[in-house]
Design a protein around this ligand. Structure first.
Ligand code: FES
Length: 102
């Protein structure tokens, strides 16, 4: 059974930017690309815990600010790295509100 949690307005997430939300002890990054598509990932790089919401967004990728690993926001997989990945969360937008399935 899905458990959708209302997190923020879509307008609260800058285009080509991100917001972080804290749900219990879990920090999640909500990212919006130039096409206004949104993605939700654990806000921690699989390499050495870089804060992904401080990274650069291009296409469907966020680049970690610490050592420039590229993370595919659709899959959570690190691109061109050794099969590391970050947890991706299901997200939906209804009436301009972002919901997460945790
Ligand atoms: S901590 Fe993200 S690339 Fe190293």
């Amino acid at each position: 059974m899905k458990s959708w949690i209302k997190v923020t307005s879509l307008d609260n997430i800058p285009t080509m930017g991100a917001r972080k939300v804290l749900i219990d002890d879990l920090e999640i990054g909500i990212f919006k690309n130039s096409k206004k598509e949104v993605f939700a990932l654990e806000n921690r790089c699989p390499h050495k815990d870089g804060v992904l919401t401080e990274g650069m967004i291009h296409g469907n990728t966020v680049t970690c600010p610490l050592h420039n690993w590229d993370i595919d926001m659709e899959t959570g997989m690190a691109i061109d790295e050794e099969a590391d990945c970050v947890t991706r969360y299901e997200l939906k937008v209804e009436d301009n509100i972002v919901y997460l399935n945790i």
